[in-house]
Design a binder for this molecule. Structure first.
Ligand SMILES: [Zn+2]
Length: 279
């Protein structure tokens, strides 16, 4: 039977609109929930490593991204920043931990995306920190814009990201490297040790070609977006929601394990055991 309701819509049109609205509400809910995952809130989370050299790691989450502070010989190494607009929140979180902005001596960017490099330029200026980045990240960092050629890992994620992109502008203040900054060109065993952090920097491409990770000698690894814990509803299974080369994602996970990673700290979600990725 073909019924018309008081809005002039047929029963089927009304049902379709109801279902559409429900899906949009669900997506908005998911968008909200993915901003609260991870180390959470302005009060930084402290992770105890159980090792003598680096006994604890401080996680600060502003907006959408987990940023990690690792104590170095002088001050701290910060791994990734956050969206440009989250700089004030980040500073607030630092003061919560009684850390001054000038205590950040190094900023390592795992890749160029706006949720990782968003306030890097401002922070580097205010702290005078040395930036550590991969050579292939430099062109995008200097433009202050995401490379939009990356593909969603599956159709479901694609739908979600299409909606997200309506509300989101991925431009951020350009990050121009100084002569004193450090450019990574391949796997590196020396830089971290030189600044008092026992560990190495390795290339972990797949999400982006320039993605790098930090693997500490104590097995704690900081891998940016090499893996994620997002959109389980879309069956992402810890793959990044955007990929440049999916096979490289899996190779990078194996490489992390071979490099000694045991606990991996991801930028979006809680830390994972490396075997969770590989099994
Ligand atoms: Zn990313």
């Amino acid at each position: 039977m073909y019924r018309i309701n008081k809005n002039g819509l047929s029963y089927y049109q009304s049902r379709f609109l109801f279902r559409l609205e429900s899906k949009i509400l669900l997506l908005l809910f998911l968008m909200f929930s993915f901003t609260v995952l991870g180390c959470g809130g302005l009060k930084p989370r402290i992770y105890k490593t159980g090792s003598e050299k680096i006994p604890e790691i401080i996680c600060i989450k502003t907006g959408f991204t987990n940023a990690f502070l690792i104590p170095a010989k002088k001050g701290y190494l910060l791994i990734d920043t956050g969206y440009a607009d989250d700089y004030d929140l980040f500073r607030e979180a630092l003061s919560h931990q009684k850390i001054h902005i000038v205590d950040i001596s190094y900023i390592l960017l795992t890749h160029h995306h706006d949720d990782h490099a968003g306030f890097a330029a401002k922070l580097a200026k205010d702290s005078n920190a040395v930036i550590i980045a991969h050579k292939d990240a430099i062109p995008r960092l200097s433009q202050g814009k995401n490379d939009s050629s990356k593909k969603p890992v599956n159709f479901c994620v694609g739908v979600f990201l299409s909606i997200f992109s309506i509300f989101h502008n991925d431009a951020y203040p350009e990050v121009s490297l100084k002569a004193s900054d450090i450019i990574i060109t391949s796997d590196d065993n020396t830089i971290l040790n030189e600044i008092g952090i026992p560990g190495k920097i390795i290339e972990t491409p797949g999400h982006t070609k320039e993605s790098i990770s930090v693997v500490l000698d104590n097995g704690h690894a900081f891998i940016g977006d090499a893996a994620m814990d997002l959109f389980s509803i879309c069956m992402c299974q810890h793959r990044p929601i955007l990929v440049e080369d999916e096979q490289q994602v899996f190779s990078s996970w194996r490489k992390l394990k071979e490099a000694g990673a045991k606990t991996v700290y991801i930028s979006h979600g809680d830390p994972l055991n490396i075997d969770t990725l590989l099994n």
